[in-house]
Design a binder for this molecule. Structure first.
Ligand code: SF4
Length: 467
């Protein structure tokens, strides 16, 4: 599908006899944030143990794995690579042993100055084992002469710029760190006497943990034998929460940045209906990403909401395509139209984004072929005109249809009768009084943290523009 790719998810438990098992469950709930690799590091109290694998959470852990990961604290990570190639080598957590002792790290986000830091470290003799930006933090940490683990960590993390929600594990501490802009979510919960940190609250729900609060932007929370200790060691910076978490990434049953994703996403749909109304018979979401916004569109417009496209949730990565060419095949494997809903109807299709337009074009064709008389595409965010440098895998600017074509050109390309996007103001109004706290760079091209000049070199994983 033509989507921005998820980033990563992090999770951690401190002070529970089944820390690794709970971390496994937490990662299971965060699977939508990364499907390429998974890992858990656990502390026995004396040593850290690590298990990493390529693929889904559910496919990579068995009883024997948990026996090896015994201990009262653990951290975990699901990854979709935003920097560094994918594969086991770049899977996280990354575990090292250094002068400060053993430490494991899981990172959600992207460091905009990673290459610069890496070049400096390599010129000073560092040998890197991965191509991930996260490893840079560990090298800086290992080289620190600071006397305490906290001070060494502060010294290393202070040199990083960009987006980072981190979970770190030492033999007797779990540490959560969020960058001063608060790009990526990170939240704190409790399960009995145990502490839990997670990218999203949906993972707290799964293990019956109670949400306490978000880790604050710029906060370093150290949870150790004496309980949690909150530090704010970094210079404050303007908040820049990723609005795309609300548009697409986060699960609708989560709260991120203090707000219900479902509520915000539904409000995007209501505002979209006000800004971009359509004369039509039925509102059809493109599942799953368009469902909340379509609900809002339907509520506001009074048009009935019907599931005119059905998604197959069981498409695995090893799916083999037939040699014979089948019309709309790539899309139809995932989505199939419901003719009884679409036939003879003027349809409003609601989705959360158009990245390159190729998938939207196929869906519009498919809906027409199923009998729709008109197709009106509505998008619950503004045109994406700029790449992300803060942990989301986007194509480069030249590959974003919103950056290179007018809305009328896009409409013609995807073959819709009309096309309407939510405005930036509509997007920000929907998040309410916290609107100033959001990053909207991919819609505005205005970046809160400067990024390297060589965009092409930076976007190592730019999506390929193939059909
Ligand atoms: S550029 Fe877009 S995707 Fe990236 S952090 Fe900002 S809002 Fe999120």
């Amino acid at each position: 599908m033509d989507k921005f790719r998820e980033e990563c998810g992090v999770f951690g438990v401190y002070g529970h006899t089944e820390a690794a098992n709970l971390t496994y469950l937490g990662l299971y709930a965060l699977q939508h944030r990364g499907q390429e690799s998974v890992g858990i590091a656990a502390s026995s109290g004396d040593h850290l143990q690590l298990h990493k694998a390529v693929g889904y959470v559910a496919d990579n852990f068995e009883e024997a794995t948990f026996a090896r990961l015994a201990g009262m604290s653990a951290i975990g990570h699901v990854r979709y690579s935003t920097a560094g190639a994918s594969g086991l080598n770049n899977a996280q957590p990354i575990l090292i042993d250094c002068a400060h002792g053993e430490i494991a790290i899981g990172h959600n986000g992207n460091l905009v100055n990673a290459q610069e830091l890496r070049d400096r470290l390599v010129s000073q003799g560092s040998i890197f084992q991965t191509t991930s930006d996260t490893e840079v933090l560990l090298h800086l940490y290992a080289r620190s002469k600071a006397a305490s683990i906290e001070d060494a960590l502060i010294e290393s993390v202070s040199q990083a710029q960009g987006a980072f929600s981190l979970v770190l594990l030492t033999k007797d501490r779990l540490i959560a760190v969020r960058d001063p802009h608060g790009f990526r979510p990170l939240t704190l919960g409790k399960l009995g006497d145990a502490y839990v940190v997670s990218s999203e609250t949906c993972a707290l729900d799964l293990i019956d943990a109670t949400w306490i609060r978000d880790i604050e932007p710029g906060e370093m929370l150290v949870i150790g034998p004496d309980g949690p200790k909150s530090l704010h060691p970094f210079p404050p910076a303007p908040s820049a929460h990723c609005i795309f978490e609300h548009v697409y990434f986060a699960r609708p049953d989560s709260y991120v940045f203090g707000q219900s994703v479902n509520e915000v996403r539904t409000e995007f749909g209501r505002r979209l209906a006000r800004e971009q109304p359509a004369v039509a018979d039925v509102v059809v979401p493109i599942p799953d990403s368009g469902v909340c916004a379509a609900t809002g569109f339907s509520e506001e417009s009074g048009l009935p909401l019907k599931m005119g496209l059905i998604r197959n949730h069981y498409v695995g990565r090893t799916f083999i395509e037939p040699h014979q060419k089948v019309r709309h095949f790539g899309v139809r494997v995932k989505l199939n139209p419901v003719r009884s809903i679409l036939k003879g109807q003027r349809v409003v299709l609601v989705d959360d984004s158009i990245v390159r337009g190729t998938t939207s074009r196929k869906i519009v064709k498919m809906v027409r072929a199923a009998g729709a008389t008109e197709v009106h595409m509505r998008i619950s965010c503004p045109p994406t005109i700029s790449p992300c440098f803060y942990g989301v895998d986007t194509p480069r600017r030249s590959e974003l249809i919103g950056a290179t074509h007018t809305i009328e050109e896009i409409r013609r390309y995807i073959g819709a009768d009309s096309l309407g996007y939510l405005t930036v103001d509509g997007l920000l109004t929907a998040v309410g009084p916290t609107r100033e706290a959001y990053c909207t760079s991919c819609y505005t091209g205005r970046y809160p943290v400067a990024f390297p000049n060589n965009e092409a070199a930076y976007l190592q994983l730019a999506l390929k523009l193939t059909e």
